[in-house]
Design a protein around this ligand. Structure first.
Ligand code: ADP
Length: 476
C-alpha cells in the first residue's frame, strides 16, 4: 500500500516536471520513499477534474454516496494494520496509537456515510396565505482540504467524509511530512469505487504555490484547513478575492485546570493522556497545567512518577508510548522553550534534554516554578513539556486560562458541580473536557473560537460546512 504518485482524476500521476520529494522516518531520519512533487499544471488539472466531477456527483442520491463512503470505511478497517504501519513509519506515532488513529479516522467516514442520508431541510409557514416556503441544503461545490502531519489519517477523513456526504468533490493536499498515509487511503478510495475526480490527492512540497492557486481559483468554493494560525490567516487573506468559505482549525493553548477537590489519580492520568498524546503534538494537548495550591505538591509528585514511567523509543518497539518528534525544527522549538523558562527561573523536575541517537527523540519533561513571563505560557508547545502553574481561586485561574489569543480545548478536574459549571461556561474555548483528558470523538463538534479559528468538524454539524442553504418561495 505504499503509493508514491499523486491521485488526480482517477489516475496515479507523476509530476510532469519529474520532480519528487523525500519522506523521512523521524525515528531514524532515513528516507522511506520519494513522492511526486506536483506543480501548477497538476494542481490546475485537479481543480478542473473536481469541477467536472461535481456536475454529476452533486446529483447522486444520498444513498449512493452513503454506500460508497461505507465501502471505503469497510476497506479502511480491513486494512487498519497496514495503514497504521505506514502512519507509524512516517509520523513516528507508536504503532498501537497509529492503528488507533486509523480506526478513529475511519469512524468519520462511517459517521458521514450515515449523515449523508440526513441532510434535512425545512418547511417554514409562509408569510402570506398563498406562499409556501421551503429550505433545502445543497453542496457548495469544489472543496479543498489542507491537512497537517500530526494526524495524517484523521484530519483528512473528517473533512473528506463531510464533503463527499454533502455532495461536494474534494482535493486533498496532505502535509509534505506525511503524504504516504493519504495516498494509501486514496488507494482504498479507488477500490471503493468513487467516480474519477470526486476525491483527489495532490502531493507537493510547494505548499505555498498550492495555497496561491486554490485561493485564487473561482472554481474552488471552500477550503478546510487544519494547521498553524499563521498559515490559516494567510489563507483567509488570500481567499478574500473570491470570498471563499473557510473552515480553519488552528493552534491551541489548552489550559488543564486541577482544583483541590479533584481525584488525584484521575487528574494525573488525564493530564498524562492529554499532554503526551502523540508526544504532545496535537492542537488539543494540555499546554498549561494549572493546579490549585492545596493539591499542587501531591499533583507534581504523582504526575512526575507517571511521566518517568513512559517509554520513549521507536514506534514499532514493544511498550513504547512516546515516539520521536516529527523533525529537527520541533526539537529546536522544545529546547528553546525549556531554555527560556529555566533562564527565567523555572525548575526542570524530570526530562529536559534530547536523547542522543538516530531519531528526534526528546525526554518527556515536567517543569515547575513557571509564570506568565515565560514563552511557554503563551506559545503552543507542540512537544513533550508539561509546565505546571499554581493558582489560588477559580476567578484567578479563569482569567489566566483565558489570557491567550487561542481558544480550542480546555480541561477541568474538580468534584464540586458548581465549580464545574461556572468554570466550563467562563472558559473562552470551543471544547471543554470535564474530568477527562480525552475529548476527541466523531459524534461531537470539534473546533475553536478566537484565533483557534472557526467551523466545526464531525457531529451532526460537520456537514453544514460543505452545504449552502437555499430557500424556495412558492406562490400557490
Ligand atoms: P505545521 O507547522 O503544523 O506543519 P503548517 O500550517 O505549516 O503547520 O502546515 C499545515 C498544512 O498546511 C500542511 O499541509 C502544509 O503543507 C500546508 N501549508 C503550509 N503553508 C501553506 C500555504 N502557504 N498555503 C497552503 N498550504 C500551506
Amino acid at each position: 500500500m505504499l503509493k508514491t504518485q499523486a491521485y488526480i482524476n482517477g489516475k496515479w500521476t507523476n509530476a510532469e516536471s519529474g520532480k519528487q520529494f523525500s519522506v523521512l522516518n523521524p525515528a531514524t531520519k532515513k528516507e522511506i520513499a520519494q513522492v511526486s512533487d506536483c506543480d501548477e499544471k497538476e494542481i490546475q488539472q485537479a481543480i478542473e477534474s473536481a469541477h467536472n466531477a461535481f456536475k454529476t456527483w452533486k446529483n447522486t442520491s444520498a444513498g449512493e454516496r452513503a454506500n460508497l463512503l461505507r465501502k471505503w470505511f469497510d476497506l479502511m478497517i480491513q486494512h487498519k494494520d497496514e495503514l497504521g504501519n505506514i502512519l507509524a513509519l512516517e509520523a513516528g506515532k507508536p504503532l498501537q496509537e497509529a492503528i488507533g488513529e486509523v480506526v478513529y479516522g475511519a469512524s468519520f467516514i462511517e459517521w458521514f456515510a450515515e449523515e449523508a442520508r440526513r441532510a434535512y431541510g425545512d418547511i417554514i409557514p409562509g408569510h402570506q396565505a398563498n406562499k409556501r416556503i421551503q429550505v433545502i441544503r445543497q453542496p457548495i461545490g469544489v472543496t479543498v482540504a489542507i491537512t497537517p502531519w500530526n494526524f495524517p489519517n484523521a484530519m483528512i477523513t473528517r473533512k473528506v467524509g463531510a464533503a463527499l456526504a454533502a455532495g461536494c468533490t474534494m482535493i486533498v493536499k496532505p502535509s509534505e511530512e506525511t503524504p504516504l498515509s493519504a495516498l494509501a487511503m486514496a488507494e482504498l478510495a479507488e477500490k471503493a469505487g468513487f467516480p474519477s475526480g470526486v476525491l483527489q490527492f495532490v502531493t507537493t512540497s510547494n505548499a505555498k504555490l498550492f495555497g496561491e492557486i486554490v485561493t485564487a481559483s473561482s472554481i474552488v468554493k471552500k477550503i478546510s484547513f487544519t494547521g498553524s494560525t499563521q498559515v490559516g490567516k494567510w489563507l483567509m487573506e488570500k481567499s478574500a478575492g473570491t470570498l471563499k468559505k473557510l473552515s480553519l482549525e488552528l493552534g491551541g493553548n489548552a489550559p488543564f485546570i486541577v482544583f483541590d477537590d479533584a481525584d488525584l489519580e484521575a487528574a494525573t492520568d488525564g493530564a498524562l493522556a492529554s499532554k503526551f498524546r502523540n508526544n504532545g503534538q496535537t492542537c488539543v494537548c494540555a499546554n498549561r497545567i494549572f493546579v490549585q495550591e492545596g493539591i499542587y505538591d501531591a499533583f507534581v509528585k504523582r504526575f512526575t512518577e507517571k511521566v518517568k514511567a513512559q517509554k520513549v523509543g521507536n514506534p514499532f518497539d514493544q511498550g513504547v508510548s512516546i515516539g520521536p518528534l516529527i523533525n529537527y525544527k520541533a526539537v529546536q522549538k522544545v529546547s528553546r522553550l525549556i531554555t527560556d523558562a529555566t533562564d527565567k527561573g523555572a525548575s526542570v523536575i524530570c526530562g529536559g534534554t534530547l536523547i542522543q541517537g538516530e531519531g528526534h527523540f526528546f525526554e518527556p519533561t515536567v517543569i515547575t516554578k513557571v509564570n506568565a513571563t515565560m514563552e511557554i505560557a503563551h506559545e503552543e508547545i507542540f512537544g513533550p513539556i508539561a509546565p505546571i502553574f499554581s493558582f489560588k481561586t477559580a476567578e484567578e485561574v479563569i482569567e489566566k486560562a483565558n489570557d491567550t489569543s487561542a481558544g480550542l480545548a480546555a480541561y477541568i478536574y474538580a468534584s464540586n458541580y458548581k465549580t464545574i459549571y461556572q468554570v466550563s461556561e467562563a472558559l473562552e474555548y470551543g471544547m471543554v473536557g470535564v474530568n477527562t483528558g480525552m475529548i476527541s470523538t466523531t459524534v461531537a463538534p470539534f473546533g475553536g473560537v478566537k484565533e483557534s479559528g472557526f467551523g466545526r468538524e464531525g457531529s451532526k454539524y460537520g456537514m453544514d460546512e460543505y452545504q449552502v442553504m437555499k430557500y424556495i418561495c412558492l406562490e400557490v
